[in-house]
Ligand binder design. Sequence first.
Ligand code: PBG
Length: 429
Amino acid sequence: MIMASTTALNSGCNVGGAVVNRNPLFLRPPSSTLVKQSRRRSPKLRFTVRASETHADGPTKKLGLSDAECEAAVVAGTVPEAPPIPAKPAAPSGSPMVPSLPLSRRPRRNRKSPALRAAFQETTLSPANFVYPLFIHEGEDDTPIGAMPGCYRLGWRHGLLEEVSKARDVGVNSIVLFPKVPDALKSPTGDEAYNENGLVPRAIRLLKDKYPDLVIYTDVALDPYSSDGHDGIVREDGVIMNDETVHQLCKQAIAQARAGADVVSPSDMMDGRVGAIRAALDSEGFQHVSIMSYTAKYASSFYGPFRDALDSNPRFGDKKTYQMNPANYREALIETSEDEAEGADILLVKPGLPYLDIIRLLRDNSSLPIAAYQVSGEYSMIKAGGVLKMIDEERVMLESLMCLRRAGADIILTYFALQAARCLCDEKR
Ligand code: PBG
């Protein structure tokens, strides 16, 4: 275990940027350690270093000359010995003989060595940036999700707690919950969504009891609870009713906040829901609960594996009357200004990798934190490519996450959170 789970939040394992030391201030170890070490080892390995101290492992022997004598020797032409100027490494025979190009800039100079590359790295990736989406169900066992290798519907009492504990061990202290709701509890108006003893509120209370400092995000939308599989209430003619749905979402958000959710995340794409949820939370005394708005959520086929996992496919039609057209860019700015004005705390773009331009657009047009959701289809493609040995799964995973950060995401919702955090922590070992 790399760190005590109680101190997991935001600590350690910052990868990619400056070298992270377990002892970042280079403080002297506690005196007990010092005593033990100096007893075992020779005194020159002690942690305090004086300028005058002899370094037996240094390059030269000391001659016992003063500074003035050393300077005088050089002035007199007795230059002390040092290694010779290194020979130019040989090129393979057959290399063309060419005059060097007259370049004033050679960008490769700054990429010459690992230390230089680390010094000039612009973006970093850390487990503190990850939010880990977890699927839960009423069962006791953890059921594998076919379309998402490595992901499970976790039993809310056991599997969920174990997965959270593993994540905290490697510095991931934020999760988002998605429930698989029994069909018998689904209805056209999705009322189970605000049952205070429903699966999500129950799981939140259990998690907060065990891990009070865990940051819990929740999904606000009706689809897991809707017998129609839509994010809102469906009228007889197939229209998704906006304002009536928002009414339900407010009740859902309050039930989640009452259970202890830290951040409620409306993913439904109804108009005006952020403002309505903010007002509802405030009127119930939940001023401290944040809203992460799915600001730019596209009607994407990359959600397929997720819908299989929750059995939440729309029973008819698609979600194109509320989720955005993947062809649209400017429209994301309209959603951004609405969500900002209505009081969102975090703006989310979804999917992630195919929508890097949208992440950058929001980053450049808002001062709010930006979240990116690397969705189920993105995850499954990388997993499948890895299983088929077509790509190096681990490297592609880390690169995709770094690219989401580079595009402007502060946090990333990713099913890779645990696996990636483990890699990042191993790299630092
Ligand atoms: C539903 C919701 C979806 C996802 C998160 N919340 C599916 C949808 O909109 O149909 C998708 C996440 C993923 O694919 O990983 N409100």
